[in-house]
Design a protein around this ligand. Sequence first.
Ligand code: CUA
Length: 322
Amino acid sequence: MNPGSPVHAIPDMFQPVSAPAEAIRQLWWLVGGISIGILLVVGGILWWCATHFRARPGEDREPPQVYGSNQIEFAWTIVPVLIVLVLFLATARTIYDVQAMVPPKDALEVTVVGHQWWWEIRYPGLGVVTANELHVPASVPGARRPTFLTLESADVIHSFWVPQLAGKTDVVPARRNRMWVEPTETGTFLGQCAEFCGTQHANMLLRVVVDSPADFAAWVEAQKRPAVADPRVAVGRAVFESTACVSCHTVAGTGADGTFGPDLTHLMSRATIASGAADNAPDRLRAWIVDPHAIKPGALMPAMKLPDDQVDAVTAYLSTLR
Ligand code: CUA
């Protein structure tokens, strides 16, 4: 973890730090500006008519009734059509610009797989697998390095959304959707699943850590290594490897090679557990192993019902997976 890199606690689409999000903000101001303008004009005319033409005391006859005016009907048809045309063209141009981006030669390719309720993150060209916290390099002047994401789902429809980096893209079973980000600022940017996907949809959180190119290279090197065997936690490792943990989780360099749950090889390099539902602190990790549903009701990981000393041993073992 890089202590110097700030966590942007509010995922604010008006503070973009990446090309697609910047284009979306500009479009928002155009569409929002036109919409607010229409609101003011229509609301103003309505208010003026309501006060100007209201019945005065002592007035008992109807105002003159006017039927049919080609000019007025023509105007209130043409003006909205022109406004909608402007909104349509501006939106279509932004969508086209974002989608037309072709991956440059040294673009980073990442595959993100949505699961109920966590994110699997694979870097096929780098041999790295992690979960819930996507690391990408920042683009710096003279060395642009956008990240292209291929989005897949293991179960139902999810949606990948990190507001400061790009617009939402749905994650659909049996489909591969593509999107890209090109952050220019380091830091941690928050996002989350943006499509209702079951009981823990709200806790399907996402962090994108934008590293400097050197920090990113160091992170990749650390993630590529298998887990270090620490003899002091051999008991916990033995418990872990003799229970159902290994059918769902991978710890590279050991017999644990399940893929139903997050890869734990470098669990301690992540700031959170349970897809952002809890901080990655020893007491939270222990509570998670004892009963995941106390932290995330409905989570697909079962409570392992281990005796206390075994829970302590497994927690100690997992805490060495740096
Ligand atoms: Cu995944 Cu909502």
